[in-house]
Design a protein around this ligand. Structure first.
Ligand SMILES: *[C@@H]1O[C@H](CO)[C@@H](O)[C@H](O)[C@H]1NC(C)=O
Length: 330
């Protein structure tokens, strides 16, 4: 604890009020010294927000000027990298919209947003691999290989990586499975064995959008999952799905729960609250976590009340475009 306290203090550029001048001088002189860094300190100041925010490219593109909290000064070339933006806000989940063209997976929220250099590999696979390699160094002090997650403050926390398939499902998802190879090779993915046992890894890949259920559910040994439709879990097609296939199921909040018509507490009407509770408990009984997207973003008061209600009712991931707002609120 003591060690961590020192590290946290050093991360503050000007020593906090109340620190004596002699201690301030020690802090100034030792700041930057190798003795006070450690191999896995890349994410040392970042606390994973357990109820996470999904980060969309749209929101990123409209907020390029936003300061990247903790990582800003060291690495401003990361500004164009959505994965790092989410990471720096403590997001335990990230999402990429992928399009397959001529064998390459490009990333962007629609076709006109695509460029030759913004690929799944360059924007997600390589950066995630780079962070994990830093969190799992080889050194004479490490007695056996580690499988730490991206969070130095919580190495057991997995990063949910939603891959939203936009082009033809079967072909595109097969390309996604192949693209995961660098993470797979290092043992960084959450896996399923014999269709029964889940072994948590630093990254849990969940196919969404056009991802075909048939490419996931029948596969006994795999390292990818399926984002089931949360509001349709009782339909025959999804009746057998458990957390082994879908650790998380999602749905459109406004369609599945309803439009928000007030901004006072309670924010949901009785029928809306019942729908929400039924969906979450159906999921949880099968070991599936619930996630809602398309929650209202305005008025701010209504948005915040919906976020609070979802957290209280037990969603596993909170979807938010305004990462600064959500981290300030919780
Ligand atoms: C795919 O390949 C075809 C044929 O070589 C080419 O005309 C087309 O521009 C390529 N598309 C992209 C997105 O690279």
């Amino acid at each position: 604890m003591f060690f961590f306290g020192i590290v946290a203090l050093l991360a503050v550029p000007t020593p906090a009020f109340g620190v004596t001048s002699s201690l301030q001088s020690i802090l100034r002189n030792t700041h930057g010294s190798k003795d006070y860094g450690y191999p896995t300190d890349l994410t040392r100041d970042l606390l994973p927000v357990s109820l996470c925010m999904i980060f969309y490219l749209e929101s990123f593109e409209s907020s390029q000027t936003r300061t990247l909290l903790t990582l800003e000064s060291r690495v401003d070339y990361w500004r164009d990298e959505p994965f790092y933006t989410g990471l720096s806000h403590g997001c335990t989940s990230t999402e990429a919209d992928v399009w397959l063209y001529n064998g390459t997976l490009y990333v962007g929220h629609d076709q006109s947003a695509l460029t030759a250099s913004r690929t799944l590999e360059s924007l997600y696979i390589n950066p995630i691999l780079d962070v994990l390699e830093r969190q799992n160094p080889e050194s004479p002090f490490v007695s056996k290989p580690t499988k730490n997650g991206v969070w130095d403050t919580d190495t057991e926390q997995t990063l949910y990586f939603f891959i939203d398939v936009k082009t033809s499902g079967v072909e595109t998802f097969k390309a996604v499975i192949a693209a995961l190879e660098p993470l797979r090779e290092k043992g960084y993915l959450t896996t399923v064995k014999d269709g029964k046992t889940i072994t948590n890894g630093p990254v849990t890949v969940i196919g969404t959008g056009e991802t075909p259920l048939d490419l996931v559910a029948p596969v006994k040994d795999r390292d990818y999952f399926f984002d089931a439709p949360l509001a349709e879990l009782t339909d025959a097609k999804y009746a057998d799905i458990t957390g082994i296939v879908s650790p998380v199921a999602s749905t459109d909040f406004q369609k599945a729960v309803g439009k928000i018509t007030r901004d006072t507490d309670p924010i949901l009407g009785d029928a809306q609250l019942k729908a929400l509770r039924d969906q979450i408990s159906t999921a949880n009984e099968r070991g599936i976590g619930a996630r809602y997207w398309n929650t209202p973003y305005f008025p701010i008061r209504a948005r915040n009340l919906v976020w609070r209600t979802l957290l209280r009712e037990g969603v596993i991931l909170l979807n938010a475009d305004d990462l600064d707002a959500v981290t300030a609120l919780f």
